[in-house]
Every structure is written in C-alpha cells, then in structure tokens.
Design a protein. Structure first.
Length: 258
C-alpha cells in the first residue's frame, strides 16, 4: 500500500509517529473520495497506547508509517500535539468515525464487513449500525482471530463478501498488522457498472463493544475534560496496567518538549 496524504491535512509527529491533522468531516470526505477512486486503503485510530507501542515495536511503527490515514483518537494525542507546538484541530474518536462511515455507507450503499471481537459481538454491532443507517449493507461478520494460520480462510470470506468497509476489532497492534498484511491481497476489480470498487480497512479496537452497549462511553463532560480514560479505569479496574503507558507517554512528551 502507498500512503496517500489526506486532503488539507498537515501531518505532525508525536514521538516519531505520524498523526494527520484532520477533522471528522475531512477524514470522511477524503475516504469517500478514495472509495470512489478504488484501491485499498488502511486507517489507524492513533491514541497514546499506539504511540508508546510503536516505540518498542518497529513492525507496528512501520505499519503506522504506511497507512493512508492516521486519525487523532484520544485527548492525550491532542495534548501532546499542543505541548510539542503543533496543535491538532479536532479529536477523531474511533467509535464516532465508524458511525460516520456507516452514515456515508447508508448514503452510497456501501457494503461493510465486521471482523473480530468475541463470538456474536460483530453480528450485534453490525445489526445495530444497519438499524441506525438503513442503507448500509452488512456484507458479512466473523469473529476469527489475528493468528497467521487463519488469514487465508478469513481473506476468502472477505473476498466472497467484497465489502467497501472492513472494520477489524482485534485490538492494537494486532488488528493494524493484520490489515497491513492482508489488505493488499483483498483488492478486486470494478463494480458491475464499471465504477471503481474501493476497500477501506479500519482497525477499530473495542468499538464493537460500544456499538452493542456492552461498554458505555464516558459522560460528555468527562470527555470534554479529558477524563474518558479515568471513566474506563473505574469501569474496568483491570486496565490499570495499560494506563501506565499513559504515564510513560506524558513523561516522554515532556522530555521531548523541554
């Protein structure tokens, strides 16, 4: 895959990781344009855990360098950008990006495939989105796993479904590495009417859980105050180890910014 700079975007670097300065509107407009042009394109929803994982995982770092679009997902990323003197204009949260793409799919009759999460969750997430956005076509759902020995069978499922949107919920970095390995092998020819047939793959982490109501987003005021991470920690205390990466992230950014 060849990275395609987003329209009107100003890519910045946070601890070496590219983050594209796009608003939700710009991201969706650009992806709709790419869809119309055809080809395969990968989107990553970059948050603080992505940035820190890329510091110790060169394969993941290279994946994030080659994506078509890296949207800024998380207030930590926005804080770091301001601290480093390159403020980003807007947070593009993964769950909202999926909903916005589903809305576009409803308008343009895109086909969506939901891959990953626990058995049954992808089906529920797909059903909820299709109910909310009636024009969206659910091309397929499957839990599977990101293990290499399953890839050929999963690619066969996806090829048969021929989706325009491929939402992959294996968690980072597994989902993003999976997309980097498999998207180039999932390109097919034009649609029956001769129009280009694009495929956009998005690593969505735990988004299916939010779409099904298994997980709740923080109240609006907590999101605005940058406390969504604290809300999730209260609801899922086992995440405390993962939150240590946030502390390391803040320290690394402060050292970088002087």
């Amino acid at each position: 895959m060849t990275a395609t700079p987003p329209v009107a975007a100003r890519p910045i670097r946070i601890l070496g990781v590219r983050v594209d300065d796009v608003t939700m509107q710009e991201a969706c407009d650009h992806l709709a344009m790419l869809m119309a042009q055809g080809g395969v394109h990968q989107v990553a929803t970059v948050n603080t855990e992505f940035v820190m994982a890329a510091q110790r995982d060169p394969v993941f770092a290279s994946v994030l360098e080659a994506t078509t679009l890296n949207v800024p997902d998380g207030v930590g990323v926005l804080w770091a950008a301001r601290r480093l003197g390159h403020p980003l204009r807007e947070r593009v949260a993964g769950v909202e990006l999926v909903r916005e793409l589903a809305a576009r799919g409803s308008q343009y009759k895109w086909r969506a495939f939901f891959l990953g999460a626990r058995p049954g969750i992808a089906e529920r997430a797909a059903a909820n989105l299709a109910l909310r956005y009636p024009g969206l076509i659910v091309a397929g759902t499957y839990a599977g796993s990101p293990q290499p020995d399953e890839e050929e069978a999963i690619r066969a499922r996806v090829r048969h479904a021929q989706p325009n949107l491929l939402f992959v919920a294996y968690g980072a970095p597994a989902q993003d590495k999976w997309l980097a390995r498999n998207l180039p092998q999932l390109q097919w020819g034009p649609a029956p009417d001769g129009a280009p047939e694009g495929l956009i793959g998005v690593g969505v982490g735990g988004v299916f859980d939010f779409l099904t109501g298994l997980q709740k987003r923080a109240p609006g005021w907590m999101q605005q105050a940058g406390l969504e991470w604290f809300y999730r920690l209260l609801r899922q205390p086992w995440r405390w180890r993962r939150q240590l990466s946030l502390v390391r992230f803040v320290w690394a950014v402060m050292l970088k910014s002087g």
